[in-house]
Design a protein around this ligand. Structure first.
Ligand SMILES: NC(=O)c1ccc[n+]([C@@H]2O[C@H](COP(=O)([O-])OP(=O)(O)OC[C@H]3O[C@@H](n4cnc5c(N)ncnc54)[C@H](O)[C@@H]3O)[C@@H](O)[C@H]2O)c1
Length: 341
């Protein structure tokens, strides 16, 4: 299949590209490198199927249109987004632009391909579901829109299922909820094969270890350089940590499956760990853990634990890596790749 990965030079995007190439597909990445890195994709140069990286802004129709004219996509995996909760609180505009409006632009580019390749006029008025949908015989492109577990309200002891209530605790979460609902509307209004994929906190090699990164990489980097590990707030907040290769496998499986169309699907391990316990797992002898004030306590979610039974049922997906194994692989990658610090 021919696959477009937005945000393909980012952390998870890089692994989704790798997974698709390994499965024998052709892959192009679109990324404006605002948080992604060319180096993340360097090893794919010359690999069969690798169509390269386009450095461009997915919120601009004039960037997307030539890519959709030059190629007929079978899969569009839309991961490109602003991911920083604190930045979305400080200045919501860019997050809304990238995550909500950007998703709209990607969906529209997909709808244009879907319509035009079926001989329907994209700009025609009065789309008639009963009359027009039977003409839409070509099913491509399949679209997977990347959501996040940060959309969910605080849960009790039970793990979080897809029907759990939302709480837009930050403009980042709100922009994602908006994007998710818009994506599903393309399934209901046009029968486009769209899936919303909702992984829980993901970690692993290639994740940044600065403030734009994730807690596991940040802790491990500080431990490697022998600085104290800093816990924001009480450390009692819990996370369901998904190793990135498991996440990429899930995203590709969901994007490729007819059973996933029109669905929101969670992915996680089903086990949560407190940030205090995580710090102990990442901290080695001679180093120490310290507490610092939280920068956005109002947007913190104190417990995040995933119920991934729908992913198991629809896709046969299950995570493979344990947290200890994932931490080992991430530490070893950070030790060997100081360019990425
Ligand atoms: N990391 C996690 O724990 C996690 C968990 C659940 C969902 N997600 C979602 O997964 C996706 C990837 O996240 P990530 O952790 O790899 O973050 P990331 O920042 O590494 O990846 C996002 C990529 O999108 C690119 N991007 C941003 N705005 C763009 C624009 N206007 N045009 C083109 N490219 C643009 C960035 O440069 C970056 O490479 C995001 O949608 C995020 O919300 C992440």
């Amino acid at each position: 299949m021919k696959c477009l990965v937005t945000g393909g030079a980012g952390f998870i995007g890089r692994w989704v590209v790798e997974r698709l190439l390994r499965d024998g597909h052709e892959v192009l990445a679109l990324d404006d490198l605002s948080n992604g890195r060319r180096e993340n994709l360097r090893e794919f140069e010359g690999r069969p199927g690798w169509l390269g990286l386009v450095d461009g802004d997915l919120t601009r129709a004039e960037v997307l249109q030539p890519l959709f004219k030059a190629h007929q996509w079978d899969l569009v995996l839309h991961l490109g987004a602003s991911i920083h909760v604190q930045k979305s609180i400080d200045n919501p505009g860019p997050t809304f632009q990238n995550d909500a409006l950007g998703t709209f632009q990607v969906l529209e580019a997909c709808r244009r391909q879907y319509f035009e390749h079926n001989g329907l006029n994209f700009d025609a008025k009065h789309f008639d579901f009963d009359r027009d949908v039977p003409k839409l015989v070509r099913r491509a492109p399949r679209v997977a829109v990347m959501s996040t577990c940060m959309v969910y309200d605080l849960a009790g002891d039970a793990a979080i299922r897809e029907v759990h209530p939302y709480r837009p605790a930050s403009p980042y979460a709100a922009a994602k909820i908006g994007a998710d609902m818009l994506a599903l509307s393309y399934f209901h209004a046009y029968r486009m094969p769209v899936t919303v994929v909702r992984p829980f906190n993901t970690y692993g090699p290639f994740q940044k270890s600065n403030s734009e990164g994730g807690v596991v990489s940040i802790f491990l980097k500080r431990d490697i350089e022998r600085s104290p590990l800093l816990i924001k707030g009480s450390g009692q907040q819990t996370r369901d940590l998904l190793y990135v290769e498991d996440c990429a496998e899930f995203v590709v499986a969901a994007a490729s499956s007819e059973k996933a169309e029109g669905r929101i699907i969670n992915a996680g391990t089903g086990h949560d760990v407190s940030v205090n316990d995580l710090a102990q797992l990442c901290c080695t002898a001679g180093n120490r853990v310290e507490k610092v004030p939280h920068d956005h306590p109002q947007a913190e979610i104190m417990k995040l634990c995933c119920d991934a039974s729908l992913a198991r049922e629809l896709l046969g997906w299950q995570p493979r890596s344990s947290l200890e194994e994932g931490i080992r692989k991430t530490r070893s990658w950070l030790e060997q790749n100081r360019w990425a610090w």
